[in-house]
Ligand binder design. Structure first.
Ligand code: PEP
Ligand code: MG
Length: 756
């Protein structure tokens, strides 16, 4: 039986729907909606505030107050009771509002004489897009039932407020006030490159217009059918060789498993059985999960929420039968820029991605699955541009600069010309870099630099051929661990490593033992909730404490490299004892393999990553025991400067191209040379031409670059003279400047060194 709350909500929603569908101006319909709510619920005043942008709200409709106040009362997010509801995204009920510390009287509204207050946020994509407020003159305790009814009404109202018609009304209002929109907006670049094309607004969110069902069995049938259809289509969509191989495919596979998850389906079915329509049941299941997980700091779980939003939208699309509306728009134009409020990886695949020249997402983090997939498809991605979705119309011209993280709205002729030039330049550059492929990484004065690639995602392996590199200087083994649903066993790991070695043919491969923790979380391990995860229980600290994991991985390395040379290095080593312990574990496994007469590698080299500064002060001892070292400049710089490597606020603050850091790098290579130990750099420094130039000047002769920048670094090497740069670096090591980048760039320009 449906509860009385449900019944009351059904009656009111029916009237509200009729009012929303009336032939009248949107502002009049909103006022009518306010009146219905007030009369049906017995409130003296009801008002609706709409967010103009992310910072302030404005009165758009009222009943029971001063009608002249419309569009004249505004509040900042966080200001007063209404602003607090918007800021916190949570309802607020007060029987005695005037005594609340946040209470501010809005005289223009004619609020004097009102005592009790219930504010409910209108939410869209976890952002408040408005607030619905009910007030009474006499002191009134809002019951739980009343709150629930108002929350259901708010769900309906948020659809009205985010409708196209309302967006247009709001935009016209803003324009009529003479607010000029900017041409260039700064965002966060998640994938580099340039693109120009026509905007396609990615609307996947289907408004849930009907909340309660009349026939549960029929509803369940509808749900089952739509779910089945969706999964059949997804399987067909991902089952194409055009997508190649790589981590993006692991992400898509994981997404499919999610869509087929029985637990998720059961939750929705249970909601249907409680009286909701299938669409509302999907939404409720999403909200439940969001409420539980939204506060998590765990990036993996956060990404799961994006996937869940994506798959929920998709299922709602199938339920309403209008799936694929924006896709046809995209297929008509040759070059498109997709603009989404949020997006899951599978949604991108709904478009013909050969036409996508850019992707702009209002939300977004670097680990976003959709960004990883887009990157694999060479699509520039810019995230964290709030409010763009409402600003742009489908079909308008947009340009995306993924290198600098800028979006250009309706770019001027001049900007368009510059973009076209950049795209042509890029093509020319790519052709030039392709020509370098078969040439060695050798300087003008004949110094051969050992030049390797870093591999993590499986598509990085394609660079083995396209760069013609000397091998793999860093294989980040955690990636297959991160993209599996459970810990891979020895056999699974062995297959992975063997495949990698086969692809590398007889080139050198350096395996790094599992480097998880901090920002690299495993889906099957609960987050640790540490205060300082970057310096917490991570990497070698985990694998030494959970020795079975390390032993299994070493066993897989040894078996995969049978008959070949095996190079294994340990990450995050902080002292000699840790290295010795890790090395001993490897040696014991090797002994075991021998005892069981299993085929073993013809040679085993054991090394470590230098990425914790304490190691630099124990190099003499370490280099006695290590066969090689590789410098992880990303972490080394993070710990050296005490500067979170993932914090965009800090990226410009410290520079690895400064005397203190370079002096440390110089010390390391000098010690390695003294001990005749192979030494390379596998951090980002080796992927950036100007930084790689400085490293060679300091004495480094082995670099491991990312596949995508390898040829740029090679081009720099081939135009460099080692003698000259070595002398110049000695000079710079004494500099007091905060950064030596400008000097090094000037040096490169003066000496015709290619650093594009
Ligand atoms: C580094 O820290 O420089 C490194 C190469 O390792 P990762 O980026 O995988 O932490
Ligand atoms: Mg590291």
């Amino acid at each position: 039986m449906q509860s009385s709350t449900t019944n009351q909500a059904i009656v009111i929603l029916k009237q509200l729907r009729q009012a929303a569908d009336e032939e009248a101006k949107i502002s009049d319909r909103l006022s009518r909606i306010m009146k219905i709510i007030a009369e049906q619920m017995g409130y003296d005043g009801v008002s609706c505030f709409v967010a103009i942008d992310d910072s302030y709200l404005e009165l758009f409709a009222e009943y029971g107050f001063n009608p002249d106040a419309m569009h004249k009362v505004s509040l900042r997010f966080g200001e007063g009771l209404i602003g607090s509801v918007a800021k916190n995204g949570r309802p607020l009920a007060l029987s005695d509002a005037k005594n609340h510390p946040k209470y501010v009287i809005k005289e223009k509204l004619g609020e004097e004489g009102y005592n009790s207050f219930l504010g409910v946020p209108l939410m869209r994509r976890h952002r408040a897009i408005g607030v619905l407020v009910a007030e009474t003159k006499s002191a009134h305790e809002f019951s739980r039932q009343e709150q629930e009814t108002l929350e259901t009404i708010a769900m309906f109202l948020s659809d009205v407020v985010s409708s196209d018609e309302m967006t247009e009304y709001k935009n016209n209002l803003i324009k009529s006030r003479g607010i000029v929109t900017k041409e260039r907006i700064k965002g966060l670049s998640l994938s580099k490159g340039y693109g120009i094309g026509l905007a396609v607004l990615h609307r996947r969110r289907h408004a849930v217009t009907k909340i309660f069902s009349e026939d549960k069995d029929k509803e369940l049938e509808r749900l089952t059918l739509a779910h089945q259809q969706m999964n059949d289509d997804l399987e067909a969509k991902f089952n194409t060789t055009k997508l190649g191989i790589g981590e993006h495919m692991d992400i898509l596979d994981a997404y499919l498993m999610f869509a087929q998850d029985k637990g998720w389906f059961k939750k929705i079915a249970d909601n249907v059985l409680s009286g909701l329509t299938a669409e509302a049941a999907v939404e409720r299941a999403y909200e439940d999960m969001w409420n539980r997980l939204s506060a998590t700091k765990d990036n993996y779980l956060k990404e799961r929420l994006h996937d869940l939003r994506d798959v929920s939208d998709r299922l709602q699309g199938y339920l309403s039968g209008d799936f694929g509306e924006s896709i046809s728009v995209a297929s008509e134009s040759k070059d498109v820029i997709i603009i989404a409020q949020a997006m899951g990886p599978a949604e991108l695949m709904d478009y013909d991605y050969t036409k996508i020249r850019g992707l702009i997402i209002e939300e977004g983090t670097p680990t976003m699955h959709v960004a990883i997939v887009a990157k694999a498809l060479n699509i520039p991605v810019i995230a964290k541009i709030k409010g763009l979705f409402d600003e742009v119309k489908s079909g308008e011209l947009i340009a995306v600069d993924g290198n600098e993280g800028y979006v250009y709205l309706r770019p001027s002729e001049d900007t368009q010309r510059k973009f076209r030039q950049k795209l042509e330049e890029k093509e020319r550059l790519q052709a030039k870099l392709a020509e370098l492929k078969d040439k060695p990484s050798c300087t003008l004065d004949g110094v051969r630099i050992g030049h390797y690639i870093n591999v993590g995602l499986s598509f990085d392996l394609d660079y083995l051929k396209s760069t013609n590199c000397d091998g793999i200087g860093l294989y980040r083994t955690e990636i297959p661990f991160m993209s599996s649903m459970s810990m891979p066993d020895v056999e699974e790991q062995k297959v992975y490593y063997q495949e990698l070695m086969d692809k590398a043919e007889d080139r050198k491969v350096i395996f790094r033992s599992l480097d998880v923790g901090s920002d690299k979380l495993l889906p099957y391990w609960a987050g640790l909730n540490e205060g300082n995860p970057a310096i917490g229980w991570r990497s070698i600290r985990i694998t030494l404490d959970r020795r079975a994991i390390l032993r299994k991985q070493i066993k897989a390395f040894l078996e995969a490299a049978a008959g070949k040379e095996l190079n294994v290095m340990f990450p995050m080593i902080s002292n000699l004892a840790e290295f010795e312990e890790a090395k001993e574990t490897l040696m014991l496994e090797l002994e075991k393999e021998k005892r069981f007469k299993r085929p073993i590698p013809k040679k085993v080299n054991v090394g470590l990553m230098v990425e914790v500064p304490s190691i630099v002060f124990q190099l003499d001892e370490i280099l006695e025991k290590a066969d090689f070292i590789s410098i992880g400049t990303n972490d080394l710089a993070q710990f050296f400067f005490a500067c979170d490597r993932g914090n965009p606020r800090l990226t410009e603050r410290y520079d690895v191209l400064s005397a203190p850091f370079l002096r440390m790098m110089h010390t390391i290579v000098k010690k390695a040379d003294k001990h005749k130990v192979y030494c390379s750099v596998c951090g980002e420094m080796a992927s950036n031409p100007i930084e790689a130039m400085a490293l060679i000047g300091l004495g480094y002769r082995n670099l491991s670059s990312s596949g995508s920048t390898f040829c740029r670094v090679k081009s720099m090497i081939r135009s460099l003279r080692v003698d000259d740069i070595s002398d110049y670096m000695q000079l710079l090591l004494n500099s007091k400047n905060k950064t030596l980048r400008p000097q090094l760039v000037a040096y490169a320009n003066d000496h015709n060194i290619e650093i594009f």
